[in-house]
Design a protein around this ligand. Structure first.
Ligand SMILES: NC(=O)c1ccc[n+]([C@@H]2O[C@H](COP(=O)([O-])OP(=O)(O)OC[C@H]3O[C@@H](n4cnc5c(N)ncnc54)[C@H](O)[C@@H]3O)[C@@H](O)[C@H]2O)c1
Ligand SMILES: O=C(O)C(=O)C[C@@H](O)[C@H](O)[C@H](O)COP(=O)(O)O
Ligand SMILES: [Zn+2]
Length: 374
């Protein structure tokens, strides 16, 4: 197998992340030893299934594994209650038993949805992640956060439920639209901004090549991201200390933007996170916590690769919706909010992120007002 393997160490539930080209065609052989019985249901979306579903199914067939497939519409709307209920019934139509394994073939939407389905189907069946977006390969397929959105906010219903295996076939990224690659790249850069300034500097030099298809650099970015995420998840699986919360850098802002636009609207999660990280560094600088030069560097790099940096440039004619007070209301519904206290991941510099519940709301309001006017 021409792949690098990274282990996520969790007591009794450790698993591998395999990263490399052509893994979809080896999935049957790689998954077979982990299956309770030789039967899987592949969950994919209407864009990914036609591209890779048949190859994955053939690989299972070759390994003597019976595979059925259920597809959901592509995009964030599949992480809604209604779509989730429909998926559960379609899974039950396949007459699964507790030895059935679900296989998530797709981006973060399919992964989050399938993981949550696996957590509750027959009160829990195994699942395997086959992530097909950059975002899913560097972030969502790893760590066991599964769930769906509600009208109260992003990912507010879900479970921590770890996959048995993650198979990241790097070649599938060749069919991913650039905008989606870019959204995933925001979560790559996040790892540098959290605690690895050298990796952020590497991103500044190599981000363009990662996005334009340099296979070696793309693989390196995926490996470094998975190493960082695996280390954090192993130390704080359920976000019970503030360690895992660092992975939420940019998300207090980003989830509020997504909620305001409407899930499935024109703002992608990774785009919201990119804008949110720039805002988190701006707020850090404004509060005197972080050198302004570092905040400028973050905005410059993320903007230079093409991530939207100005709120007025996103949301199209939804611009009228951007109101600081409404964004702050969304932030109050964030899972990290503690007894009504807004929680942010701020930074003392690049690679020096920390969690705080002490942000002065007037400063936040000032930042949002200025961002909305810029
Ligand atoms: N669980 C976690 O830890 C975690 C982490 C980050 C993000 N997320 C969640 O992930 C979701 C976003 O995931 P995403 O950015 O992967 O979006 P996505 O799953 O919607 O995929 C993006 C689009 O790309 C298409 N696509 C996927 N793979 C493709 C391929 N190889 N070729 C061509 N098209 C392809 C999809 O059909 C979809 O239209 C959000 O809901 C976010 O909240 C979860
Ligand atoms: O894995 C984590 O932990 C993360 O925070 C990763 C984030 O990129 C991801 O968007 C996650 O879904 C956000 O989690 P949430 O708990 O804020 O819903
Ligand atoms: Zn995210």
């Amino acid at each position: 197998m021409n792949a690098r393997t990274i282990r996520v160490e969790l007591a009794g539930r450790s698993y591998d992340i395999a990263i490399g080209p052509g893994l979809i065609d080896q999935a049957g052989a790689l998954c077979r030893p982990l299956l309770a019985a030789p039967k899987v249901t592949i969950v994919s979306d209407e864009t990914v299934a036609p591209l890779y579903g048949a190859r994955l199914a053939a690989s299972f067939d070759k390994a003597g594994i019976k595979a059925s497939t259920v597809t959901v519409p592509a995009g964030e709307t599949s992480k809604e209650f209604g779509a989730f209920g429909k998926l559960m019934n379609e899974l039950l139509d396949q007459r699964p038993d507790r030895k059935t394994t679900l296989v998530a073939l797709g981006g973060g939407v399919v992964g989050d949805l399938t993981g949550f389905a696996a957590a509750v189907l027959l009160r829990g069946v195994d699942f395997i992640q086959v992530p097909t977006t950059l975002l899913a390969q560097v972030d969502s397929s790893v760590g066991g956060k599964t769930g769906i959105n509600t009208r109260h906010g992003k990912n507010l219903v879900g479970a921590f439920y770890q996959p048995r295996l993650v198979l990241a076939d790097t070649e599938v990224l060749d069919t991913l639209p650039r905008r989606e690659l870019l959204a995933g790249y925001a979560e790559v850069a996040k790892y540098g901004l959290i605690d690895d300034p050298d990796f952020f500097a590497w991103c500044e030099t190599n981000g363009g090549a990662v996005l334009s298809g340099d296979a070696a650099k793309r693989t390196y970015a995926i490996e470094q991201s998975c190493l960082a995420k695996a280390r954090i998840v192993a130390a704080d699986e359920r976000e019970t200390t503030d360690l895992r919360a660092l992975l939420n850098l940019g998300h207090t802002f980003g989830h509020a933007l997504e909620a305001e636009i409407g899930f499935g609207g024109e703002l992608l999660h990774g785009e919201a996170v990119g804008t949110g990280m720039a805002m988190a560094f701006d707020l850090s600088a404004r509060l005197g916590l972080c050198p302004q030069a570092d905040a400028d560097r973050v905005r410059r790099h993320l903007g230079s690769v093409g991530l939207p940096m100005r709120l007025r440039a996103i949301g199209g004619d939804n611009r009228r919706k951007w109101e600081a007070a409404r964004l702050i209301e969304h932030m109050r519904g964030d899972k990290k909010a503690d007894g009504g206290k807004l929680t942010f991941i701020l930074a003392r510099g690049i690679g020096k992120a920390f969690v705080t519940r002490e942000v002065d709301e007037a400063a936040l309001r000032g930042l949002l007002d200025d961002a909305l006017a810029a």
